[in-house]
Design a protein around this ligand. Structure first.
Ligand SMILES: *Cc1c(COP(=O)(O)O)cnc(C)c1O
Ligand SMILES: [Zn+2]
Length: 427
């Protein structure tokens, strides 16, 4: 198999800030920055290698704190040019870290429970963080069309970012997604293509398109721009630590689709330790899946190092990747940090969505139901320590997955008078 690339339309050396090169996660082979994602030596995934050697911890902390209230406050740690905040971009991030005392009481957490609520991003999911990085890489490499294979949220994030930045967009989704996600992806005016198949079929199709002349000039944010895209998830780790007062959480519960977000949250935490921005002490990372698409938790519980693909069948469609690219790395991280990977049924997902809404006023999409449900299960099973500081991610907005809670509605319908109000038992 040849390494799949699309020739960039520029010869100029790229300026992506502190990003120095691409380096293979498996064998360490280094190549110059470019729209490549697989190692030419071993086909391992390429990651951004940085030069952070010039940073002084105290100066860097001050510079970050003085930065904008979005992910670009962390520009010195991301593969983006120094003037990124001046470019047309959706500027996501700096979302609330909600102290969830009511939920903590229900779950029996005493060490401090927080929800990192990413539903307030520009297109209402965490995907705006990763697309913002890919967009800067697409600009640097001279691409003119932004594209992706998506389980739903990514399609909307790419459509919106392309609209803001003046790119053409053409995105690919499974044909049977939630209406909220389809409309959200289509409204920005780009092309939206439904593929007859599941996400893994969509992804395979996109890989073919990249290798074809028809895909020339196309930046697929999660394929040929994946090394850049993936770095956006580090900003979740940075924000959580900064919002905790430059402190590591003891435990963090992260949803898993491809596993990219979880692996980059770990990378972000390790970078902060290495840079001296947080104290070096242990943290545990827990992964959360839906039972109907649980290839990583199945492998974790079986003690396997390899992840056997599954055919997804769950209401948590944003996490429905049956063959997760970063699955083996998630297993490594959960085991290395003393965490775990667990899954919950669709029924438990719905219960958890309602629990979070009822206790904290946060309406999560199904992925948030997965993390809250898994948190509850891990506490009940004695795996997650309720006496430690715990952060649970909500990565998307419940308005996009209304069907999951479709049974929820009116308490009563009454005539517009007080007798009717009293008869309904509401007085
Ligand atoms: C994409 C997505 C994730 C995580 O995706 P990874 O592929 O594991 O990085 C989590 N939550 C939501 C809502 C998503 O859309
Ligand atoms: Zn390699």
């Amino acid at each position: 198999m040849a390494v799949q690339t699309v020739a960039p339309r520029t010869d100029s050396p790229v300026d992506l800030g502190p990003a120095a090169a691409l380096s293979c996660r498996e064998c360490g082979h280094r190549v110059p920055l470019g729209p490549v994602f697989a190692c030419e030596e071993c086909f391992g995934p390429l990651e951004i290698a940085y030069d952070f050697s010039a940073y002084d911890a105290e100066e860097l902390r001050k510079r970050i704190e003085a930065g904008p209230a979005n992910i670009w406050r962390y520009a010195p740690l991301l593969p983006v040019p120094a003037d990124v905040a001046d470019k047309p971009n959706l500027n996501p991030g700096w979302t609330p870290l909600v102290r969830a005392d009511n939920l903590a009481r229900e779950l029996g957490v005493t060490g401090g429970l927080y929800v990192k609520d990413d539903s307030g991003n520009p297109t209402h999911s965490f995907k705006d963080r990763v697309v913002a990085q890919a967009l800067e890489a697409a600009r640097a490499f001279g691409f003119t069309t932004l594209s992706c294979s998506s389980t739903g949220n990514l399609a909307g994030a790419v459509g919106a970012a392309a609209a803001r930045a003046g790119f053409r967009s053409c995105v690919f989704i499974p044909h049977d997604l939630e209406q909220g996600k389809v409309v959200m992806a289509a409204v920005y005016g780009g092309e939206l293509v439904g593929i007859e198949g599941n996400y893994d079929d969509v992804n395979r199709f996109c890989s073919e398109l990249i290798g074809d002349p028809a895909g020339e000039g196309w930046g697929f944010v999660n394929v040929n721009l994946r090394p850049y895209y993936a770095e956006g998830s580090k900003t979740l780790a940075y924000e959580i630590c900064e919002q905790l007062g430059w402190r590591l959480p003891d435990q963090i519960v992260v949803p898993i689709a491809s596993g990219s977000q979880l692996t980059k949250i770990d990378k972000g935490l390790r970078e902060l330790i290495g840079l001296g921005l947080v104290e070096d002490r242990p943290y545990r990372i827990f992964g959360a899946q839906a039972a109907g698409c649980s290839p990583v938790s199945t492998a974790f519980k079986a003690g396997h190092d390899v992840v056997r693909p599954q055919k997804p069948d769950t209401i948590a469609k944003s996490l429905a990747i049956g063959n997760p690219a970063d699955g083996p790395y998630v297993l490594d991280i959960a085991r290395r940090t003393g965490g775990a990977v667990e899954d919950v049924t669709d029924e438990q997902v719905v219960d958890a969505i309602k629990l979070l809404a009822r206790t904290e006023g946060i309406f999560a999409e199904t992925a948030g139901g997965v993390t809250v449900g898994v948190t509850r299960k891990l506490i009940e099973d004695g795996v997650l320590d309720p006496a430690l500081t715990t952060v649970v991610l909500n990565t998307g907005d419940g308005l996009k997955t209304l069907d999951a809670v479709a049974g929820t509605g009116l308490t009563a319908t009454i005539r517009p008078n007080l007798d009717s109000f009293r008869e309904a038992g509401l007085a």
